[in-house]
Design a protein around this ligand. Structure first.
Ligand code: HEM
Length: 120
């Protein structure tokens, strides 16, 4: 059997590093940086890391945050902004030497959340 995506991404340590890089990329991204200007970045990094631990097959109670619709409701997030988040995720995966198969799985999982985030 294939190992869980959680293990293949390096467990809590690997995923935390990737999540930190994704959020740093958001803050520096011309298209979406403004969305993160007034948010508590360490808190968002923690939420992103634990969300991914739980979503990839790590501890099921790692993530204690809101569901995706509640977290993004009323923000009026556009399709282009959503793509910018995927771009930032891909950059972070590359930076952390994640293999192509794992990159594809992460991108596919993120894309699947689109309807819970764009325009909700
Ligand atoms: C698949 C894509 C995405 C995932 C998995 C995701 C995940 C998350 C998570 C887990 C949180 C924390 C929720 C909590 O604190 O309970 C969050 C918050 C946030 N998200 Fe997303 N998000 C995505 C896309 C986006 C997009 C496209 C934008 C806008 C460009 C965005 C903007 C934000 C902002 C600004 C917050 C912080 C809200 C605050 O703490 O005040 N997200 N997101």
């Amino acid at each position: 059997m294939t190992e869980s995506l959680f293990n293949r991404l390096g467990g809590v340590e690997g995923i935390t590093q990737i999540a930190n890089d994704v959020v740093d990329n958001h803050a520096a991204n011309k298209l979406i940086g403004v969305r993160f200007a007034d948010v508590d970045l360490p808190k968002v990094k923690h939420a992103a890391a634990t969300f991914f631990v739980t979503a990839t097959g790590g501890s099921s109670d790692a993530y204690q945050g809101k569901d995706m619709v509640s977290a993004h409701r009323g923000m009026n997030i556009s399709p282009a902004e959503f793509m910018a988040v995927l771009d930032d995720a891909l950059l972070a995966l590359d930076k952390n030497d994640v293999g192509q198969r794992e990159q594809e799985e992460v991108l596919y999982a993120l894309y699947g959340l689109r309807s819970q985030i764009v325009g909700v």
